[in-house]
Design a binder for this molecule. Sequence first.
Ligand code: AP5
Ligand code: ZN
Length: 215
Amino acid sequence: VNIILLGPPGAGKGTQAKRLVDGRGMVQLSTGDMLREAKTSGTEMGNRVAEVMAKGQLVTDEIVIGLIEEKITGHAGGGFIFDGFPRTLPQADALAALMTRTGQTLDAVIEMQVDDAALVARISGRYTCGNCGAVYHDQTKPTAKPGCCDVCGSDKMVRRADDNEDALRQRLMEYYKKTSPLIGYYYAKHQLHAVDGLAGMDAVADAIAKVLDRQ
Ligand code: AP5
Ligand code: ZN
């Protein structure tokens, strides 16, 4: 099955995508991660992308569609989790065309519902392992040993450049203006499944598993 995890910044898309990778062997396609990788390449494109991301704005459709296209055509067979993509109606149309062209189907769109107050708390407490990408939180999911990754043991913990109040306000605005129309788009296509993203991580994972098992 191929699914989209749709939700505002901090809804838990990355957290749940990693669980699906571990539990079901699915393939996570996070445009945010891909763009952060491009940023470290030091190319002109990478630098431009980094500036846009740090402000909390969306990168152009052309760039992200190109990234996704590369991954899908290079990895036919699917079991894809689209994490943070699509984020605009043109991206959603491009994905539909791409799936048709590669002979695949999009099976479910999971909308993770979380209110703004919780998003702010989640984003401001988040840190990740700079080595393996594991995601932690100061209050809800700290590492067992302070400053040391539970998964790989690395002591390189990082906080994202866009996890500050100004950038987060902009990211939320971008979400409501440009991404939330996708909820209606997928509802109309009978592909939308809402889950309560405010529940604990295990409960959210169970709700997503139920949707997947019905496909
Ligand atoms: P991206 O990297 O996609 O960031 P985002 O959408 O803002 O989402 P986040 O990664 O912040 O949150 P998440 O939902 O994955 O939550 P997480 O699991 O980490 O995009 C970054 C930027 O890249 C964009 O602003 C844009 O500039 C650009 N970009 C990316 N894709 C693009 C596209 N398609 N088009 C254009 N531009 C694009 O969880 C958050 C925290 O909460 C963690 O600390 C976690 O431990 C905790 N948590 C998770 N679940 C729970 C739970 N159930 N209970 C309690 N705590 C929880
Ligand atoms: Zn690690």
